[in-house]
Design a protein around this ligand. Structure first.
Ligand SMILES: NC(=O)c1ccc[n+]([C@@H]2O[C@H](COP(=O)([O-])OP(=O)(O)OC[C@H]3O[C@@H](n4cnc5c(N)ncnc54)[C@H](O)[C@@H]3O)[C@@H](O)[C@H]2O)c1
Length: 729
């Protein structure tokens, strides 16, 4: 039987003269605004207009027919299809015109928001005369366009500051982060919070009384200071100037959208609505044509794609993890236990020492306390989740575990012993995973009876903050195990990247030559400040030497030795870094590294470090003294990463360029505006990269010899994404 799609949205008038436009996309989990929905919405509004003019409709409600969401925004495929600025501008105008019809209705219009209401959804709500929100925790309102390198172009940039004031609007527009219904109520974005049970009936009651209400929403009281900043011309100018300074300090000007939003507000506040909408539409069109928008959209798709276990592993039903064991209650074990409990998994921690268990529990408790402080959890919820974690020195609870994550000390012999012991305690179907960052998963699997149920699950430190988890597939790991771990990582709210077992996996392997190159740059006369500044100017959240301090120079050295052993001479440690071996500089953890630290805060470069870098390092340094220039520093750092990423793909450690890009963005903060390491490589093109690497190889040595894959791509005139576009493991 052929199915005919139901119209969406629908319009009807009830017996009491209230019009209802109901959004309910039959084909999607969330409502979105695509071309078809917008056209149909336009028809519904026209119908409503007719009824209102004939006196048959007292008020109009816009509501969702979904049980869990109002509107998730505009359809991204439609945004991605915008061909040029004029097309973008036209699409913005079209949406603006449709929403404007709501504003012009002769009767009150009411957006009834129960669940998520973001992007175009909130813009639609802003065009209504009243906004009501349900009090459930999933009701969140926001304008995330800036996160895709855009601005709200269907009236949101214009209407939001007029409704809530410039300062409150800036926070939403510039961060793109959604806010809760109660915060929306506090800033005047919604007028009333209604209880989620019986929401529709409450909305109907409001709609009956709406014609008697004054048209303008009453703004919550604001301080004199807030009013000066929101309402006076010099006040607004000052607020916008500060906002601009903050944006530049945070983004170094790499992201055009927040700056454009500020420009639009400066040009349009105080102007007639139509003029302001025109400024907004034009600016939207311009932003759609920026490479940063294209890159951010690409990254968004990478993230969404990584969440889909079912398309990655068709036909496999991932098992649900309800109970979990964690071996080792240290920094990582404690963090992993807390994260799992946060997502409602029961956790049993095991360690050899009581103090470690107490430490692990305290660590978890501290994180829950912070979540309460930040209003992410209520006190009761936090206590309930914390109660899911227990710990001890025995194997109590492991027989029931669906998954055990091992996070004991980084020594193969100890891990092998612990894992074999663990396998004897758990049931046959239990998956065992190791959190090792530098040992071989296969070496550990060698001592197990069920290596097919064993894999790596590499969390990054600190677990609660770092979004990436590498799932390391050993040679015996079976598909069900990988699929189950994939689904579990997604459930934890993290981004999974699946890779094969080889030294450094993905992120650390690519960081290896990058960090090492910083050592060679020191040797060639660059200063610590210059090296780190070049990386930051490229967009990395911190420079390589600052990162080495963060990781710990001892840990970095240990990893470097591992890479040298695994990959040979091209990864021989830079002599300047080797020279620090004898010193007691460990980095941030003992307050002395390339930088000095006091109470955990960095206080600047430690100039004394230069004298410890050995005879390899010139005494006079810096660009003025003939050291490498900033572009050369940057080129060496970035090409070292791209070249290693090419080897990693060639070795089959990951099979898709997207995996490298996602891993680097989520695991190291590689700048999203560049779209990813290999997307950047493609923009530069393998041919050009080859030429540059050859030049570096000639002047600096074989560590810059182009990876064979890069040579192949250059020769065939193809890009990474063309060849490694989509072949999941
Ligand atoms: N710290 C990091 O930045 C980081 C990041 C990613 C991965 N890792 C990996 O995670 C693992 C743990 O690292 P960590 O930093 O949490 O170490 P840690 O030293 O803080 O904790 C290790 C814990 O394991 C316990 N332990 C030792 N032998 C044990 C045994 N037989 N049974 C049970 N517990 C035992 C120790 O008592 C200690 O409490 C290592 O494999 C490490 O490489 C660490």
């Amino acid at each position: 039987m052929s199915s005919v799609s139901l119209p969406n949205p629908t319009f009807e008038i009830d017996a009491e003269g209230i019009g209802w436009i109901t959004l309910n996309d039959p084909d999607r989990r969330h409502n979105v605004l695509d071309e078809g929905v917008m056209a149909r919405l336009n028809e519904c509004i026209a119908q409503a207009q007719g009824h209102a003019e004939r006196g048959e409709m007292k008020s109009l409600v816009l509501i969702s027919g979904k049980s869990d969401g109002f509107l998730a925004g505009a359809d991204l495929a439609a945004i991605a299809s915008i061909s040029d600025p004029a097309d973008g501008q036209e699409k913005a105008r079209l949406g603006q015109q449709i929403f404007k019809q709501i504003e012009l209705l002769p009767v009150p219009s009411i957006a009834a928001i129960d669940g998520i209401c973001v992007g175009g959804g909130l813009e639609l709500a802003l065009a209504c005369r009243h906004r009501l929100a349900s009090d459930r925790s999933s009701t969140r309102l926001g304008l995330p366009e800036v996160q895709l390198g855009l601005l709200p172009g269907w009236g949101g940039t214009t209407r939001l500051p007029r409704l809530v004031g410039l300062q409150a609007a800036l926070e939403l527009l510039l961060t793109g982060n959604p806010i809760s219904a109660s915060k929306a109520r506090r800033i005047g974005l919604v007028q009333r919070l209604l209880p989620a049970p019986g929401f529709r009936a409450e909305v109907a009651a409001f709609a009956r009384s709406a014609p008697a209400l004054p048209p303008g929403a009453s703004r919550p009281a604001r301080s004199l200071f807030k009013r000066l900043g929101d309402e006076t011309i010099p006040g607004r100018a000052a607020v916008l100037a500060v906002a601009r300074r903050n944006v530049i300090a945070k983004t170094q000007g790499h992201y055009p959208a927040p700056l454009k939003i500020i420009d639009v507000l400066r040009a349009s506040l105080g102007r007639r609505l139509d003029d302001a909408l025109e400024i907004e539409a034009r600016a939207f069109g311009e932003l759609t044509a920026t490479p940063v928008h294209a890159n951010l959209l690409h990254v968004f798709h990478l993230r969404e794609d990584a969440r889909k276990t079912s398309t990655r592993y068709p036909g496999l039903q991932p098992e649900t993890i309800e109970r979990m064991g964690v071996l080792g209650a240290g920094v990582m074990g404690g963090g992993i236990a807390q994260l799992a409990a946060f997502r409602d998994v029961d956790v049993r921690l095991r360690d050899l020492r009581d103090e470690a268990i107490i430490g692990g529990l305290q660590h978890a408790q501290g994180l829950f306390d912070k979540a309460v402080e930040r209003r992410k959890l209520s006190r009761t919820e936090a206590a309930r989740k914390m109660a899911r974690i227990s710990g001890g020195l025995d194997w109590h609870g492991f027989r029931q575990a669906d998954l055990v994550v091992e996070a004991v000390v980084e020594r193969l012999d100890i891990k092998q012993q612990v894992l074999a012991e663990c396998e004897a305690q758990v049931h046959d179907g239990c998956i065992i995973a190791t959190n090792t960052s530098s040992l071989s998963v296969d070496d550990m699997a060698a001592v197990l009876k069920r290596p097919e149920r064993f894999a790596g699950l590499h969390f990054f430190n600190p677990v609660h903050r770092m979004p990436l988890v590498e799932i390391v597939r050993g040679s015996a790991t079976d598909d069900e195990t990988v699929a189950t771990l994939h689904a579990f990582v997604v459930r934890l709210g993290k981004v999974p990247v699946v890779c094969r077992d080889a030294s450094g996996f993905v992120v650390n392997r690519i960081l290896g030559p990058y960090l090492n190159e910083a050592g060679f740059l020191l040797q060639d006369g660059a200063t610590i400040q210059e090296i780190d500044a070049a990386a930051r100017a490229f967009g990395m959240p911190m420079g390589p030497l600052r990162l080495l301090d963060e990781v710990g120079l001892d840990v970095g050295r240990h990893a470097g030795a591992g890479f040298h052993a695994a990959f040979g001479e091209r990864l021989a440690p830079a002599p300047a870094l080797v020279a620090l071996e004898g010193s007691d500089r460990l980095g941030r953890k003992n307050n002395r590294g390339f930088y000095l630290y006091q109470r955990g805060r960095e206080t600047g470069v430690d100039e004394a470090v230069y004298s410890e870098l050995g005879e390899h390092v010139p005494t006079v340094r810096g660009m003025q003294a003939g050291g490498p220039e900033m572009p050369a520093i940057r080129e060496r750092l970035v090409l070292a990463m791209i070249n290693e990423a090419a080897r990693l793909l060639d070795d089959g450690i990951v099979t898709r360029a997207a995996d490298v890009d996602l891993a680097m963005i989520m695991g190291t903060g590689f700048p999203p505006f560049r779209g990813g390491l290999l997307r950047l490589a493609d923009t530069l093109h393998p041919r050009e990269l080859m030429a540059r690497l050859r030049r570096l190889e000639a002047s600096l040595g074989m560590r810059f010899a182009p990876a064979p894959l890069l040579e192949r791509l250059a020769h065939e005139d193809r890009t990474f994404y063309e060849v490694f576009g989509d072949t999941p493991q």
